[in-house]
Write a protein that binds this ligand. Structure first.
Ligand code: COA
Length: 502
């Protein structure tokens, strides 16, 4: 291990192995874990708990827990626990292949909710009592304050609510993270809520540390491991074209005086396309940008380094191993330009609306009227979850959804007559972008929107069929506000399920 990270004598007395700590988590409890998009999740206790669960299972005993987090974690947490069928219920976001499979097989319950809602739902008791919190931190100060790790997510809420807290102190996290965080302790349930006093993305309104009464801490486990994040693929032709359409759109908005020269604070969703758009912005004409977002991906780190981005506010990192090393090497530079907040604040509707965020998120499909499905393949199979996309899309100044116009080698059109699941209604979707082009839906009525989306965004292989559907729906003469042929609206999805081709 490196230099001592647990300076508080009272907490040093609670140091034990991951196996001993995991044994303190009984079956049937609700466990709040740290972790957000593969950053800052506990790395040893969940794996030891999975082993513990396996031993019980082998003896014929049922042993399951419910797992609440900030967002997605990694194979050491979601993967390990799902593998042994140890998760009864999971919330609020996941992207793990084993979890996904268990959820879609009906063997794990999954509550997929807006990330800004999680803390208030937990405080209101909708999920039951939180028994244990397992939180990764970068260190503990002499007076027992916790130095947050590479994500904050719901950690403050879990620590406040849980009866017992298990800490993982990770020597693998940079000690230079200390001072980067802003943990706001002023939230409350209605009617006691006060305005969130932020008017700029770089405002600091909270504490640098997480606060936890030492008597709550039942175990402290030392680890030395890196966050397990995968590489982003290099931008492909489709994502480069999506980025170009979006950049051109921003340039026109600046020309028309609807956006300032340095745009408005950016929110960028997860995934390769979002990362490619950031790469496009890094090569683009805009300077002195800011970000008020949920996750900080490689692209944003590059923009901070190049100076294009002045500062970024988020709740978590989501970096490739190379970008993680860059962060650690130049942590002093980045600490001056990055603020990590609780997800209640990074995704707070009031703040997002006030700052006028440009929200840019990926999607699975959009329909001709602009309703968006971000979560369910063919209407039923969960991919990841809604994450923060709804927090930003509904409350942002501009809400953009992007995707390649086809999926699965061209078998699927991502522009369909009617989405098979709705996450973002037409009212929350202003801009749709594919590699084919961009549809600006602002100020348009439904039939105008349909023509714009099909003309600008649909793939040429599917465009004639979409136009044919739309024209026949209009010709039916029924319901001319948003014309549909109800018997046919989902037939594209059904055809794919039956034949493997839309
Ligand atoms: N039908 C079936 N599968 C589809 C599809 C469609 N219409 N569109 C995409 N997919 C599949 C892709 O084939 C790919 O599957 P694979 O991994 O098996 O190849 C997968 O979905 C991911 O698609 P990709 O094109 O690589 O996009 P992405 O990495 O940008 O992810 C989402 C797209 C929608 C899954 C992702 O943006 C997401 O989870 N969004 C919801 C949460 C969110 O927006 N969070 C950000 C808020 S801060």
């Amino acid at each position: 291990m490196t230099a001592p990270r647990i300076l508080c004598p009272q907490l040093r007395e609670r140091i034990m192995s991951a196996k001993e700590a995991a044994a303190l988590i009984p079956s049937g409890v609700n466990v709040g874990m740290s972790g957000f998009t593969g950053a800052g999740y506990p790395k040893a206790v969940p794996q030891a708990l999975a082993e513990h669960i396996r031993e019980h299972r082998d003896r014929g005993e049922n042993y399951r827990i419910s797992v609440w987090t900030g967002a997605s974690t990694a194979p050491e947490l979601d993967g390990a626990l799902a593998e042994v069928d140890g998760i009864e219920m999971r919330l609020p976001y996941q992207s793990d292949p084993v979890c996904r499979q268990k959820i879609n097989e009906g063997r794990m319950e999954y509550i997929d909710i807006h990330l800004s809602h999680v803390a208030q739902h937990a405080w209101s008791g909708f999920f039951g009592k939180l028994d244990v919190a397992v939180i990764e931190v970068a260190g503990v100060t002499e007076d027992g304050k916790l130095i947050p790790s590479s994500s904050i997510g719901n950690n403050k809420t879990w620590i406040d609510q849980a009866d017992k807290v298990i800490l993982e102190v990770n020597h693998g996290q940079s000690s230079g993270l200390e001072g980067m965080h802003d943990v706001y302790y002023g939230t409350a349930l209605p009617p006691r809520r006060k305005p969130i006093q932020m008017t700029a993305p770089d405002d600091r309104i909270g504490e640098k540390y997480l606060l936890c009464p030492p008597e709550k801490v039942i175990a402290v486990v030392e680890t030395n491991a890196q966050d397990r994040n995968s590489r982003f693929s290099d931008p492909d032709e489709n994502s480069r074209r999506i980025a170009q359409h979006l950049l051109k759109f921003f340039e026109m908005e600046v020309e028309d005086n609807r956006l300032p020269q340095n745009l408005l604070p950016l929110q960028s969703g997860v995934g390769n396309i979002a990362n490619a758009v950031l790469a496009g912005l890094n090569d683009g004409p805009f300077e002195n940008l800011t970000a008020y977002t949920e996750v900080l991906q490689d692209g944003m780190l590059d923009m901070l380094k190049s100076g294009k981005l002045r500062m970024a506010s988020a709740t978590a990192f989501s970096l490739s191993p190379e970008a993680n090393r860059e962060l650690a090497r130049n942590i002093d530079f980045y600490r001056e330009r990055i603020i990590l907040r609780t997800q209640e604040i990074s995704n707070h509707p009031e703040v997002i609306r006030r700052l006028g965020i440009i929200a840019m998120n990926g999607m699975i499909e959009a329909d001709i009227y602009g309703n968006v499905n971000s979560t369910h393949v063919m209407g039923s199979r969960i991919m990841n979850g809604i994450g923060g996309s709804g927090d930003f899309a509904r409350n942002g100044y501009i809400s953009v959804f992007m995707t390649p116009s086809t999926a699965k080698g061209g078998a699927i059109s991502t522009i369909v007559p009617m989405v098979s699941h709705v996450d973002h209604t037409e009212h929350d979707v202003q801009i749709v972008v594919t590699e084919q082009g961009l549809a600006d839906l602002r100020g348009l009525a439904p039939r105008q929107r349909a023509l714009k989306i099909v003309e600008n965004c649909a793939h040429p292989d599917f465009k004639p069929k979409l136009l044919d559907y739309f024209e026949r729906a209009c010709a039916s003469g029924r319901g001319m506000h948003t014309p549909h042929l109800l018997g046919e609206a989902l037939s594209w999805h059904q055809r794919f399920e039956e034949t493997g081709q839309m």
